[in-house]
Write a protein that binds this ligand. Structure first.
Ligand code: EPU
Length: 362
C-alpha cells in the first residue's frame, strides 16, 4: 500500500491529484488481503471513502487530495473458455488494456468489438459505463461479469441481464447498489470487477451504418470491408476527432448526449433545421450535446489551462498545469450557456469524484 500517492499518471485528464492510500491489485490474493487491511476497512466503513480506479479515462477528481483509499485492480490474462462453429467465449481480466484486447479479437477475426477500437481504458471498466461508439455498445458482447463484493469478500457473477445495461450505464453505476448511496465521496459500486466474459462471433457481422463509416470506407476504395478495415476506419475517425490520450488531457466525451421530448426537439428543429438527432422511443429523441455546445459557440474555446476541443465540442481538455476546478468552472459555464440558448440541461458523462455533489436534476 502506498501513502500520499500521485494519481497524475492514472487519470487521463492529467491532474496532479494525490490519494491518501493507494493499492494496486495484481492477483486474487491481493484482493483478499485488501479486505483485511485496516486502512481499507476504515475508509470503507465510516466515511465510504473507497474508489475503484481503472484506466482513469473517465474520471475527474474534484479535489486535489483524495482523502480515502484508491484501489487499482490490475489483474492480467485472456483465456478462451469455449468455442463452437459460431461463437467464442473469452474471459478477459480487468487489468488488460481495452484497445489491446479489441486488437486481439480483431486479429483473430472475432466479430463484436471492432467498432469499439481505440477506446481508452481497461477491460474491467468497460461494463461499468457500457462503453459505446460507432453504433456498438459493449453490452452486446458481454456474457457475464465476475466481481468480488468489497464488503463481504464473496465472488459474484452478474449475467448480462443482471448488469442492467443502458446508454452509458449499468448496475455498477447505480446509487442504490453502491457502498456509498449518497455518492458523496467515492465508490461507485461495492463490486470490484475482476474479469469479464465476452461472447464473440466467428461469422462476418459488421456494423457500418453509424455516421461516416460507410463513406470513409468508400472514399478509401473499400467495397467489401473486412473486420480489420472496420477497426482501422474507426481508429482513423477517432484520431481525426479526439485528442490523443497521453498528449492532451481529456476524458473523451465530457458530457452525455441529451435526451429530450419530441416536442422539445420540434421546437429546436424549427429554429435550427440542421439539428442532428437519433430516435430513442415514441416520446424521446437524442440530440448530440457536441452539436449543442458547438452551436452555443464553445468549440475551440480556451481559458488558461483548459478548453473545448476544436474538433469535437463534447470533449473538454486540460493542456497541463491546471487544476480540476478549472474544468468544473468551464463545465458550469457551458451548461448554463446551452441551457440559456436551447433550454436543455446537459449532464456530465465523466465520473466526478470528491466532495463535490452533482446537482440533483428534476
Ligand atoms: N457535432 C457537432 N459539433 C461538434 C461535435 C459533434 O455538430 O463539435 C455533431 C456531429 O456533426 C454529428 C453529431 O454531433 O452530427 C454526433 O457527433 P459524433 O458522431 O462525433 O458523436 P457524439 O454523439 O458526439 C458519441 C459518443 C462518443 C463516440 C461517438 C461515436 C457519447 C457521450 N459520446 O459522441 O464516445 O466516440 O459517439 O460513436 O455518447 C466517449 O464516450 O468518451 C466517446 C468519445
Amino acid at each position: 500500500m502506498e501513502k500520499n500517492f500521485s494519481l497524475r499518471e492514472l487519470n487521463t485528464f492529467g491532474f496532479d491529484v494525490r490519494a491518501r492510500y493507494f493499492q494496486e491489485l495484481k492477483t486474487m490474493d491481493d484482493i483478499h488481503e485488501l479486505l483485511q487491511n485496516p486502512e481499507f476497512i476504515a475508509c470503507r466503513g465510516a466515511m465510504n471513502r473507497v474508489l475503484i480506479l481503472s484506466g482513469g479515462s473517465n474520471i475527474l477528481f474534484y479535489d486535489e487530495f483524495y482523502d480515502g483509499f484508491v484501489v487499482y485492480p490490475n489483474l492480467k490474462g485472456i483465456e478462451v473458455l469455449y468455442e463452437n462453429d459460431e461463437t467464442v467465449m473469452i474471459r478477459c481480466y480487468c487489468g488488460e488494456v481495452w484497445k489491446d484486447f479489441v486488437d486481439y479479437t480483431v486479429s483473430r477475426n472475432l466479430y463484436g468489438l471492432e467498432n469499439l477500437a481505440d477506446i481508452p481504458g481497461k477491460v474491467g471498466a468497460a461494463p461499468v459505463q457500457n462503453i459505446g461508439a460507432y453504433g456498438a455498445e459493449v453490452k452486446d458482447a458481454v456474457y457475464q461479469v465476475h466481481t468480488i463484493d468489497l464488503i463481504t469478500g464473496q465472488n459474484k457473477v452478474f449475467s448480462n441481464e443482471e448488469c442492467r445495461f443502458s446508454y452509458r450505464n449499468s448496475i455498477f453505476k447505480s446509487k442504490e447498489y453502491g457502498v456509498n448511496k449518497s455518492k458523496k465521496y467515492g465508490v461507485e459500486s461495492r463490486d470490484l470487477i475482476f474479469a469479464v466474459d465476452f461472447v464473440l462471433k466467428k461469422k462476418t457481422e459488421l456494423k457500418l451504418d453509424y455516421g461516416n463509416i460507410r463513406n470513409y470506407l468508400a472514399n478509401n476504395g473499400i467495397t467489401n470491408p473486412t473486420i480489420q478495415n472496420v477497426a482501422a476506419t474507426v481508429k482513423a475517425i477517432r484520431a481525426e476527432k479526439l485528442p490523443e490520450v497521453g498528449i492532451v488531457g481529456s476524458v473523451g466525451s465530457f458530457f452525455q448526449n441529451a435526451i429530450v421530448t419530441i416536442d422539445k426537439y420540434q421546437e429546436i428543429k424549427e429554429l435550427y433545421p440542421d439539428v442532428p438527432s437519433y430516435p430513442i422511443d415514441a416520446n424521446n429523441i437524442k440530440i448530440p450535446s457536441g452539436w449543442l455546445i458547438d452551436r452555443a459557440g464553445w468549440k475551440g474555446y480556451r481559458e488558461n489551462h483548459v478548453g473545448v476541443w476544436d474538433k469535437q465540442a463534447l470533449v473538454l481538455v486540460h493542456y497541463g498545469g491546471g487544476k480540476p476546478q478549472e474544468i468544473l468552472d468551464l463545465m458550469k459555464k457551458i451548461q448554463e450557456s446551452v441551457y440559456n440558448k436551447f433550454g436543455i440541461e446537459i449532464k456530465p458523462e465523466v465520473n466526478i469524484v470528491g466532495s463535490y455533489q452533482l446537482p440533483v436534476s428534476s
